[in-house]
Design a protein around this ligand. Structure first.
Ligand code: ATP
Ligand code: MG
Length: 316
């Protein structure tokens, strides 16, 4: 059966209001200054969908936005990258989540979220919105709407009944906290989980990537990729183990590197690449993302990723 999409990303969509160089000394009774203030679209599902579309995958997104200006901004950014927005839910009863982020000169940050981030939309109530793709990415497991075991199980069951390949990116909990044990019955429906090192440590309770991966594998997840930031990545399944150092780039901001990584891994597997090649490709996507400020800035095309891989091969 011909599917409408290669990939549908389900999950978080938001706008980041990023304030750099905030001066805490007021310039008037209620006025403050900062070096810059900018708006960027973000959220894992948005970052993943934009990256996958730029890599050439036929990509859709299922997320919930308000009918406000922030929602408009996300939709137009998605469309500019070639993401199909026909499945986006617009809901006048909720506002689009906006995160205000203060970034210090040393790169440390403080972020302020609001009640809108807590809103659980219900992808499981209309499974036709996500079951006509070859693969799904949950962006992210453990964050709304995937912090509710009933929603997670229903989405995974519908996806697998439709024969989709299921990727789950992860986040540390914010409003509601789940353990792997809470999801014991549905974890075997996940084909590939892609936590970063902190997330893998938190959910597995282990310290070494190989031990972390074993915990996820014991719960029945088929493939585990642990993203190790500037140290690259680690892959394990029942038959293979791969460790890759990071690509050599001048990193300036790793925000969204993980989302670009998982989009690259999924898109390349869907093109038919064997796992080791798709992993190398993903590793390069994460590195490219980290080479510029912003989650959706640096990665432009599949050719760009292939060129970085070629440079890495020659420099070895
Ligand atoms: N400094 C870096 N140099 C080269 N590659 C990097 C660097 N930082 C990240 N990467 C690549 O990007 C991948 C994902 O990065 P990271 O481990 O930071 O994921 P993450 O924490 O999930 O990111 P985010 O949640 O912000 O999207 C890494 O596995 C690596 O391949
Ligand atoms: Mg991440």
């Amino acid at each position: 059966m011909e599917r409408s999409f290669d990939l549908i990303c389900i999950g978080t969509a938001l706008v980041d209001s990023i304030i750099r160089g905030f001066d805490p000394n007021p310039v008037s009774a209620s006025g403050f200054r900062a070096e810059s203030g900018s708006l960027n679209v973000g959220g894992e599902a948005v970052n993943e969908a934009m990256a996958a579309a730029k890599l050439g995958a036929r990509t859709g997104i299922l997320c919930s936005l308000g009918t406000d200006e922030a929602g408009e901004m996300i939709v137009s950014a998605l469309r500019r990258c070639g993401v199909d927005t026909g499945r986006v839910l617009r809901d006048g009863a909720h506002t689009t989540p906006v995160t205000t982020m203060f970034v210090n000169a040393d790169g440390t940050r403080k972020s302020i979220t609001n009640g809108a981030h807590r809103h659980n939309f219900h992808p499981e109530r209309d499974t036709a919105r996500f079951t006509d793709a070859r693969a799904l990415i949950l962006g992210s497991l453990f964050r709304a709407p995937f912090d509710d075991p009933a929603i997670i199980a229903a989405v995974l069951e519908a996806a697998k009944a439709a024969g989709e390949l299921v990727f789950a990116d992860t986040k540390l909990p914010n409003f509601r906290s789940l353990t792997l044990e809470d999801l014991r019955e549905c974890l075997p429906l996940i084909d590939c989980i892609t936590p970063n090192e902190d997330e893998a440590r938190y959910y597995s309770g282990k310290d070494r990537p190989e031990d972390m991966a074993d915990v996820f594998l014991r719960y029945g997840i088929k493939n585990v990729v642990i993203k190790l930031g500037a140290a690259g990545c680690y892959f394990k399944n029942a038959g293979a183990e791969i460790r890759l150092p990071a690509c050599n780039v001048r990193a300036v901001d790793a925000t969204g590197a993980g989302d670009n990584f998982v989009a690259g891994f999924a898109a390349e597997l869907l093109r038919g690449a064997p796992e080791p090649d798709a992993l190398r490709f993903a590793n390069a996507c994460g590195a490219i993302c980290a080479s510029a400020v912003g989650a959706g800035t640096a990665l432009q095309s599949r050719d760009q990723v292939l060129r970085l891989l070629e440079t890495e091969r020659r420099e070895k």
